[in-house]
Design a binder for this molecule. Structure first.
Ligand code: NZQ
Ligand code: ZN
Length: 392
């Protein structure tokens, strides 16, 4: 077991109609002039944005709005948001939406609280010394950005998708009403479940420091999401399943399932970020498409964990060699992906890269991780290329 720090300062307000508490929460955290930041319009169509602005109007809190955060959110809108907030003297940000709106708000917050170009943080040139306080009303269970320290932004020039992590990037509050996720397309629900599981699996497939309690939490979380993803496939309005998945999404990425281990592998995410940057695919689907190829490439280097995963999460038969059990676990997870209509390779993802594009992604990925990275197995550019090729 390794030493660890666990910091989850976000106040979570969970349940039906909790968005009605937004004005009280903003006041509690000192917001007086708000930027409401959202995505492509689902919150307009669902009526959520109107309910939020009505609540702020009634409480006498002034605000400006900025929509347009796209999946794989763009740096250009971040710059726009920073300028708008400066002009309007905004002192608190409210993201209403999914990971993209939240991450874009985080970047705006960094840009306001720090001098210079905000991209520097995502380009690993320097570290932020603060972030304007912000809260979240979550509309999709997926990234865990509502409690995580991360934000992921795409620079349009060169299609470079990069993440930046800092404790300043943790929201002051997160309002989570599972009912708000009921308007999601089935595909996005499944993408979300995949991402949630992957945040736990990235921390699970490691080379050391594993704690029994952390493993038990991780395996329980994975089994819960696996079960409820199938319930939601057949019954998308099932409140309890929505709630299970939503809370799992936060716990999967607030650090809980990383306590005591070596921090995790994260290479499936890094490989996916290149797909998201270049082809603008949904993050969860991109992860599902690449994971099997990654797993088959690394499992022999991390056999005890793959065997444990196969038995305790995928609940495969405990017969044969460790390698056979591990491979059965990988196949079982791919069968699960297919059962919720997630892709298990790039073709099923709808992406058909040329040899040059595969090489470009491997190169950008290697640059993005500083040469090599991974815990289950350390991967360099040649390994990354081999995994991309195996996933075509
Ligand atoms: O943009 P709108 O119109 O709101 O539509 C969105 C979008 O099309 C739609 N949607 C969201 N809630 C809805 C809804 N449609 C109907 N009803 C609702 N209630 O769903 C689509 C996806 O939304 P998005 O916010 O892009 O999804 P997600 O939460 O999966 O975020 C993805 C982004 O987060 C990054 C990903 O790389 C990607 O850029 N990540 C962020 C992380 C973090 N900050 O900790 C960690 C993750 O690993 C991930 O990398
Ligand atoms: Zn993710």
């Amino acid at each position: 077991m390794f030493d660890f720090k666990y910091f989850t300062p976000t106040k979570v307000v969970f349940g039906k109609n909790t968005e009605s508490k937004v004005a009280d929460l903003i006041k509690e955290f000192g917001g007086t002039k708000i930027l409401i930041h959202y995505g492509g319009g689902s919150v307009v169509r669902s009526g959520l944005l109107k309910r939020v602005t009505d609540t702020l109007d009634a409480a006498g809190i002034s605000y400006v709005t900025l929509g347009g955060a796209v999946p794989n959110p763009h740096l250009g809108l971040v710059y726009e948001g920073i300028e708008l907030c400066k002009k309007e003297n905004v002192d608190f940000l409210l993201a209403v939406g999914g990971g993209s709106a939240i991450d874009s708000a985080k970047a705006i917050g960094y840009g306001l609280a720090n001098e210079g170009d905000v991209w520097d943080f995502y380009d690993y040139k320097r570290k932020a010394t603060g972030c304007v306080p912000f809260g979240v009303i979550l509309t999709i269970a997926a990234t865990g950005s509502e409690m995580s320290d991360s934000s992921v932004i795409t620079k349009e020039e060169g299609l470079v998708k990069r993440g930046y992590s800092s404790d300043f990037g943790r929201p002051k509050f997160a309002i989570m009403n599972p009912e708000l996720t009921m308007t999601l397309p089935d595909y996005q629900t499944a993408c979300g479940c995949t991402d949630i599981m992957m945040h736990t699996m990235e921390r699970y497939f490691t080379q050391g420091g594993n704690m029994e309690i952390t493993d038990a939490l991780a395996e329980g979380l994975l089994r819960t999401v696996k079960k409820n993803a199938v319930i939601l496939r057949d019954d998308p309005k099932n409140y309890d399943a929505r709630a299970e998945v939503m809370w799992a999404g936060s716990l999967a990425h607030n650090g809980l399932t990383g306590c005591g281990n070596d921090g995790g592998d994260w290479m499936t995410h890094k490989l996916e970020h290149e797909l998201g940057g270049l082809y603008d695919v949904a993050h969860g689907a991109g992860l599902a498409a690449i994971w099997g190829s990654w797993a088959r490439y690394v499992y022999k280097n991390c056999l005890p964990r793959f065997k444990k995963f196969a038995l305790n999460v995928m609940e495969v038969e405990n017969t044969g060699t460790d390698e056979e059990i591990a491979l059965r676990g990988i196949e079982a997870l791919e069968d699960f992906y297919r059962s919720i209509n997630m892709p298990t390779n790039l073709r099923e993802l709808g992406v058909n890269p040329t040899e040059e594009e595969l090489a470009l992604m491997a190169k950008k990925c290697a640059i993005g991780v500083g040469g090599e990275m991974g815990s289950a197995r350390v991967l360099n550019e040649a390994d990354m290329l081999a995994i991309y090729k195996a996933s075509v």
